[in-house]
Unconditional design. Structure first.
Length: 247
């Protein structure tokens, strides 16, 4: 039986939802973030705020929430070529992928997460990748994640499980899942409380905009990440928090 987990935690909507999911499922949960020279570096500040909010507002989770880790990945900036690491406009590339794609990013994230989990004695890695509402990134696919699970388990000579709670749900269902996990926390009105934390404190906008506040959170409202979050929120409001967590 798995009792410990490491959550890849960026400080955004998806990873916060995954963290809540893990805190309801595992007895000890640690978090891992990455500084890879991203333009939206404000998410590194959001990480600390969200973790503090969860500790303050969810006593049961606070007891399970362990150490937070932050690793630096300068190599991704040195490789360059992505609008997430360089001051270039968002656009589609000749290969059909958006230039927000940072090649190898999630592969490196999972590799380093595996190494840290090994050192920390953690059994499960939780990541918020999905194949539904995403930008076509090949390293977010289920096949990629399963292949990484096999490679890490073989390479570390220790079985690691990679969990992907969002893999087959859309952004509206991600909001619904957050509400459901908040309700499961044992805190009165925990669903609404967690959604409020996600709206107010998490960060998604690729441009790092924290000036403009929308019903779904802070952001420019026009970049690909904001568009996904906005549309998901609108569908979530239309469906209601108690709708089935399915696209």
């Amino acid at each position: 039986m798995h009792t410990t987990a490491l959550v890849l935690f960026s400080g955004g909507q998806d990873s916060t939802t995954c963290l809540a999911w893990a805190l309801n499922k595992y007895q000890r949960v640690e978090t891992l973030g990455f500084d890879y020279g991203q333009r939206h570096r404000v998410e590194l500040d959001a990480r600390r705020v969200v973790l503090a909010r969860l500790r303050e507002r969810f006593a049961g989770w606070s007891a399970r929430l362990g150490e937070d880790h932050l690793l630096t990945l300068d190599a991704l900036t040195q490789i360059g070529g992505s609008s997430l690491t360089e001051e270039v406009a968002f656009a589609m590339q000749a290969d059909g992928l958006p230039n927000t794609f940072v090649p190898g990013r999630n592969l490196l994230f999972l590799t380093l997460a595996g190494a840290l989990a090994y050192r920390r004695g953690l059994q499960v890695i939780v990541t918020g990748v999905c194949e539904t509402d995403f930008s076509g990134y090949p390293d977010c696919r289920d096949d990629t994640t399963k292949a990484m699970q096999i490679a890490l388990s073989l390479g570390l000579a220790r079985r690691l499980l990679i969990e992907t709670p969002l893999m087959w749900i859309d952004k509206a269902a991600t909001w619904q899942l957050a509400h459901a996990e908040g309700e499961r926390s044992g805190v009165p009105d925990g669903g609404d409380a967690l959604v409020e934390v996600i709206v107010q404190d998490t960060h998604t906008c690729y441009l790092g905009d924290r000036e403009h506040r929308h019903p779904w959170g802070h952001g420019c409202g026009a970049c690909p990440a904001c568009e996904l979050r906005k549309k998901g929120w609108e569908r979530y409001v239309e469906r209601g928090p108690d709708a089935s967590v399915r696209p």
